[in-house]
Design a binder for this molecule. Structure first.
Ligand code: BES
Ligand code: MN
Ligand code: ZN
Length: 511
C-alpha cells in the first residue's frame, strides 16, 4: 500500500467575494441573526436568503446549509451557500472548522469543485483562516478506495479562504501562513484517517512500517524499523508476548525529527498504539463489532501523521515518534491468560486478560522512547472501552502527570479541535493492578478501567512528564455529522503537532 494525498492546498484570496472564480461561495451565518451580515449576497440572490431566514427554512444552526443561485451579473460565483455556525457568542475555531467542513462536504456531494469560504471576522483573522483551511481540507477525506466504480469517487475540492474585504495585505499574508498551517494539519489528519481505515489484511505491522519509511523519506525524517530479532535483543518481552499469537511478525517504528537549531534541550516523545488487529487473543472478543478492531492502530497512525506534520511545520524542538506494531491473534503459540512476561525495563507482568494488549506494547515503547532521550512523553491509544462509558463518543480521555503537563496537553487538544478531558490517576487505584506472582497484573477489573490502564502505563514512564490520550471511542465516528462522515476521525494528529509547535509555552520540566 502506498499513501497518496487526496486534498489540494487551500488558497487564501482577498478582494470582493463577488469577483471570485468559484462554483459556490459559502458564508458562515449565525443563529438568531437577520440577513444583515449577509445582505450583499442576499441582494445578488434576489432576496431569497432573507426569505429563507424569515421563514426559518434556514436558522443558522451549526451544520445546516442553504443554497441558492446567484442571478446578479456582477457576481461571478454561480451560487451562494449559507452554512450555519451556531451562535455568534459561542463562535470559536471549532465552529469555523465545522462550518467550513460542512460547506465543503455539501459542495462535494453536489460535485462542485471550487468552494470559497468567506471568513466571518469574529475571531482573530489567522485563527479563522487556519480553522477554515482545516475544515475545507478535512472534507477531502475519502473512504471508498476499494470501490470499483470510479464514478463513485467524489470530486477533489479546491478550497479558497476569502478574507474580509477590509483586510490589509499584512492581514492577508498572515492569513495565508495560518491557512497553510491548517492545510498541513488537516491533510495529516486525513493521512491518519486513511491509515486507520485500511483493512487489517492490508495494514499489517510490516505494511505500516513500510509506509512509515516512505513518509519519513518524503518528509526528511529519520526512520528506524526494529524487527523481532532486535526487539528480542532489547528484551521487549511484553511486546513480543502480544505478537506471539500471530503469524505476522511485530515491528517497532521509530521516527526522529531533529531541527537544525533546537531552541531547547527538551525532547518530545510521542508513542502510539499500533495493534493492526485486535481479536482479543485467547481472551477472544465478541464477534459483533470485532471488525472495527482494524482501527486499533489509530494511535500509531496519529503519531506517524503528526511526525509528518511536524516535519513540515519545523518547530525548533527535537521529536521522537515510537509506534509498536503487533497483531493480537489467538494462534497456537499465543500468550495464555495467566502467563507471566517481562518487559525491557525488567518488570514482570501477569497477563490475566490477553485483550488488555495495548498497555503491554505501550509499556515497552514508552521505555524505548526514554532510551531515545525523550524528556516529555505523550502516548495515544485506543486503549479501553471503559473510556467511552465515562466520556462518550466525542471526548478523548486524558490522563497523566504532573498536572501542569496534562493541562497543557488538554488545552492544546481543545484548541486543535480534539476535545479531551482529564480523569484522575490517583495512586489509590494502583492496588487493583496487584498480582499474586508478578510485579503487576495487566488488568485491574471493571471499576475505573481506563484509569487503571493509565496507571499501568505510568509504571513505564520513569517519572517523566507524561500524558496519555485514550482515543478508543473518539478515533472512529459511529454516526455521520454534517462536518464529518462516519468512519475514522484522525483524532490527536493536530494535538500532537500543535504541542510540538507550542514548546515555548511548556511548563518547566516538572518533577
Ligand atoms: N482495543 C481495545 C479497546 C477498544 C474497545 C478500542 C472498543 C475501541 C473500541 C483494547 O485492547 C481492549 O480490548 N481493552 C479491553 C481492556 C480490558 C480487557 C481490561 C476493554 O476495554 O475491554
Ligand atoms: Mn484488546
Ligand atoms: Zn486493543
Amino acid at each position: 500500500m502506498r499513501y497518496t494525498e487526496q486534498s489540494l492546498p487551500v488558497a487564501v484570496v482577498s478582494g470582493p467575494v463577488a469577483g471570485l472564480e468559484a462554483d459556490v461561495v459559502a458564508f458562515a451565518a449565525f443563529e438568531g441573526e437577520g440577513v444583515g451580515p449577509v445582505a450583499s449576497p442576499d441582494a445578488a440572490a434576489g432576496g431569497r436568503i432573507a426569505a429563507a431566514i424569515g421563514s426559518r427554512e434556514f436558522t443558522g444552526k451549526l451544520g445546516t446549509t442553504f443554497v441558492t443561485p446567484l442571478s446578479a451579473s456582477d457576481w461571478r460565483p454561480a451560487r451562494v451557500m449559507l452554512v450555519g455556525a451556531g451562535k455568534r457568542s459561542g463562535c470559536d475555531m471549532m465552529a469555523i472548522r465545522r462550518a467550513a467542513a460542512t460547506a465543503a462536504l455539501a459542495a462535494r456531494e453536489r460535485r462542485w469543485r471550487r468552494v470559497a469560504f468567506a471568513l466571518p471576522a469574529v475571531l482573530p483573522l489567522s485563527d479563522e483562516a487556519q480553522a477554515a483551511a482545516e475544515g475545507l481540507t478535512l472534507a477531502a477525506h475519502y473512504a471508498g478506495i476499494y470501490k470499483s466504480d470510479a464514478d463513485a469517487r467524489p470530486t477533489v475540492i479546491e478550497g479558497l479562504v476569502a478574507v474580509p474585504e477590509a483586510s490589509t495585505s499584512d492581514d492577508s499574508a498572515s492569513a495565508s501562513r495560518a491557512a497553510s498551517r491548517g492545510y498541513i494539519l488537516a491533510a495529516c489528519s486525513n493521512l491518519a484517517r486513511s491509515l486507520a481505515n485500511e483493512p487489517a489484511n492490508v495494514m499489517t505491522p510490516r505494511a505500516f512500517s513500510e509506509i512509515a519509511i516512505q513518509i519519513a523519506t518524503e518528509s526528511g525524517l529519520k526512520a528506524d524499523v526494529l524487527d523481532e530479532e532486535r526487539l528480542a535483543g532489547l528484551n521487549m518481552g511484553l511486546m513480543l508476548g502480544v505478537a506471539r499469537g500471530s503469524a505476522e511478525p511485530p515491528r517497532l517504528v521509530v521516527l526522529r525529527y531533529q531541527p537544525a537549531r533546537p531552541a531547547t534541550t527538551s525532547v518530545l516523545g510521542l508513542v502510539g498504539k499500533g495493534v493492526t488487529f485486535d481479536t482479543g487473543g485467547i481472551s477472544l472478543k465478541d464477534p459483533e463489532r470485532m471488525h472495527l478492531m482494524k482501527t486499533d492502530m489509530s494511535g500509531g497512525a496519529a503519531v506517524l501523521a503528526a511526525m509528518k506534520a511536524i516535519a513540515a511545520l519545523k518547530p525548533d524542538i527535537a521529536v521522537a515518534g515510537v509506534v509498536p506494531l503487533v497483531e493480537n491473534m489467538p494462534g497456537s503459540r499465543a500468550m495464555r491468560p495467566g502467563d507471566v512476561v517481562r518487559g525491557a525495563e525488567g518488570k514482570t507482568v501477569e497477563v490475566l486478560d490477553t485483550d488488555a494488549e495495548g498497555r503491554l506494547i505501550l509499556a515497552d515503547a514508552l521505555w524505548y522512547a526514554r532510551q531515545l532521550g525523550a524528556t516529555h512523553l505523550v502516548d495515544v491509544a485506543t486503549l479501553t472501552g471503559a473510556v467511552g462509558i465515562a466520556l462518550g463518543r466525542t471526548t478523548t480521555g486524558l490522563f497523566g502527570s504532573p498536572d501542569s503537563w496534562v493541562s497543557l496537553v488538554g488545552r492544546t487538544a481543545n484548541r486543535a479541535g480534539d476535545r479531551a478531558w482529564a480523569l484522575p490517576v490517583f495512586e489509590d487505584y494502583r492496588e487493583q493492578l496487584r498480582s499474586d506472582i508478578a510485579d503487576l497484573a495487566n488488568v485491574g477489573g471493571r471499576p475505573a478501567g481506563s484509569i487503571t490502564a493509565a496507571l499501568f502505563l505510568k509504571e513505564f514512564t520513569g517519572g517523566l512528564p507524561w500524558a496519555h490520550l485514550d482515543i478508543a471511542w473518539t478515533a472512529w465516528a459511529d454516526e455521520a455529522q454534517p462536518w464529518q462522515p462516519k468512519g475514522p476521525t484522525g483524532v490527536a494528529v493536530r494535538t500532537l503537532a500543535e504541542l510540538a509547535c507550542a514548546f515555548e509555552a511548556w511548563p518547566e520540566r516538572a518533577a
